[in-house]
Design a protein around this ligand. Structure first.
Ligand code: PMV
Length: 334
């Protein structure tokens, strides 16, 4: 009988951003993220007797050769860590809970779900347990930000003297230290534009190598990780908001001063940002925004403010598709 395992794993949203890397997916600065709950990938991996073709990858039950090739390369890369990979061919089926074409980066959920399946199979075959840190390391080799998704709550990835046990090869969870207010934070994602990005994340990371401001940006991220870590511990929402918004705009500033320059925000991204700041000033409700490498706006706020914030969102942003998400528990075996 063929072996098959199935896992679901969520996406995550960075609060301090990873933008710029070296060697093989090693970050140039540490980053901190919230793992989400509803935006996830559900992935099954079936091992079959070795055949000429290494991987058949199905997304939404349709064969997807392009992503299949990316996975094949990934499996080759990690076969030193998981030698059983050399002995089988793979049927991999994946689907996302977030609707198609919503512009949500899915590589974090996709590669963390896949890494969980692969280490699960390894422990079945070799009767040995691989640590969650190793799962994070393997997810990183698929897509950098994926390494933060193997934990629920808050994760940090990237070595910094300010956080014990932090490492460039894998993420670690920060949950024990984090104030409860941040454990139930909400993230309403406003889909401003669902089209494929004009510049991919990999191209964006690469442009940091020649960006004259990159060293300043990395230094700023080290400082912001330290300050955000303290804010998360102390429950200091004002400081949280200041850093998270600064990080989002710094990320996009880097894109605008790369060579060649590029802009991923849309006019509506800025309109929404202004509305959020206005709403916060008028009501003193602690709500803020962040952006991924794209035009969509993540609106972050404590769960206790849900009714008022969602009323504001539905009155001011009712013409957009919205994904209501919140901080979640991390991957789950199905
Ligand atoms: O994991 P990648 O290579 O797709 O890069 C992700 C980069 C950002 O989403 C912009 C920031 C982050 O830390 O997740």
């Amino acid at each position: 009988m063929n072996r098959i395992v199935k896992w679901e794993s969520p996406s995550n949203i960075a609060l301090v951003k990873y933008w710029g890397k070296h060697n093989f997916q090693l970050p140039n600065n540490p980053s901190i993220s919230f793992t989400l709950n509803n935006s996830k990938s559900i992935t099954s991996v079936e091992l079959i007797t070795k055949q000429t073709k290494k991987v058949d990858f199905y997304f939404d039950n349709k064969l997807n050769t392009n992503f299949g090739l990316r996975i094949e390369k990934y499996l080759k890369n990690i076969s030193l860590e998981l030698p059983y990979i050399n002995d089988y061919s793979f049927i991999i089926k994946s689907t996302n809970t977030f609707p198609h074409s919503t512009g949500i980066a899915s590589s974090a959920s996709a590669f963390s779900a896949l890494a969980m399946c692969l280490i699960n199979l390894n422990s079945e075959i070799n009767n040995s347990i691989i640590s969650i840190k190793e799962a994070s390391n393997l997810a990183r080799l698929g897509s950098g930000s994926a390494c933060r998704s193997v934990y629920g709550g808050v994760s940090i990835w990237g070595e910094t003297i300010d956080i014990d046990n932090s490492a460039n090869e894998y993420a670690i969870p920060l949950n024990n230290e984090v104030n409860t207010i941040f454990k139930t934070f909400r993230d309403d994602i406003i889909i401003v534009d669902a089209d494929k990005k004009s510049v991919s994340s990999s191209a964006g990371h690469k442009l940091m190598d020649t960006n004259p401001y990159s060293v300043e940006k990395y230094n700023q991220a080290f400082i912001n990780v330290k300050l955000l870590y303290n804010a998360l511990k102390n429950g200091n929402i004002g400081e949280f908001i200041r850093i998270v918004e600064l990080e989002a705009l710094s990320l996009h500033s880097m894109m605008m001063i790369s060579n060649p320059s590029f802009i991923l925000m849309k006019p509506d991204t800025l309109n929404i940002i202004n509305k959020i700041r206005e709403f916060r000033n008028d009501t003193s409700i602690p709500v803020c925004f962040t952006l991924d490498a794209g035009p969509n706006v993540h609106i972050l706020y404590p769960d206790e403010n849900k009714i008022k914030v969602q009323k504001f969102i539905s009155s001011e942003m009712n013409n957009y598709r919205i994904i209501n998400d919140f901080v979640g528990e991390g991957p789950l075996k199905l």
